[in-house]
Design a protein around this ligand. Sequence first.
Ligand SMILES: [Zn+2]
Length: 241
Amino acid sequence: MEITYLLNSGFLVRLGRTLLVFDDFEDSVHVVDRAVEQADFDAFYIFVSHAHFDHFDTHICNYADCVTKYVFSNDVKHTRRSRIFPSEKIVYMKRYSAWQDTHVSVRSFDSTDVGTSFLVDVGGTRVFHAGDFNWWHWTGEPEKERLLARNAFQKQMKKLEGLEAEVAFFPVDGRMGDAWEMGAKEFCARTGTKALVTMHNVGFPAWTPSPGFFGEGREIPYWTPVQPGEHRILEKEGFRE
Ligand SMILES: [Zn+2]
């Protein structure tokens, strides 16, 4: 699996001859353009977890000719921006739904913000992209708000308990200060994800796990990209450049 960072929660994932793009709102170094030019793929999917500007931008409509399907969270349907996309190329997914074709099978989960998260299976390799699902713990917020955020996160975690994936993309957002890894920590502890890629951290330094982050006796490979265009190969042994 080859993973290239676009920006924020945006990634290009290559699995054999299948390309997956997630939340490409800005791709300043033209990672996706180049992949499209090279045309070295049989199937190409663009996922949008929700319609917030930092996850969804209409430039991805430029790929309409060669994309296999746009897989959009259902909230995207209610935006003006969605109208420029060819409707026959779009699959809208509500939370807790499933869709598949001959190359991929997709399940959606709920978010704690807007939209969905996605679990995408390509020939037995599973990729989880959280979208804006996270434990959004803002220190400055009143206790009541923080409790609501915690409950929403825990409610969703119950649905994700034991989920298996070769890699999970998960927010570790520097704006939350010390609480930035709370969601990712819980997610890694309660699912069987085999590798972690952190995201949604523009303008903050790279994350490093605090001691004990992965729990007693457990360590999984992680990658925390900062520069657009950075990429890694993920193998059984971990990430390599
Ligand atoms: Zn976001």
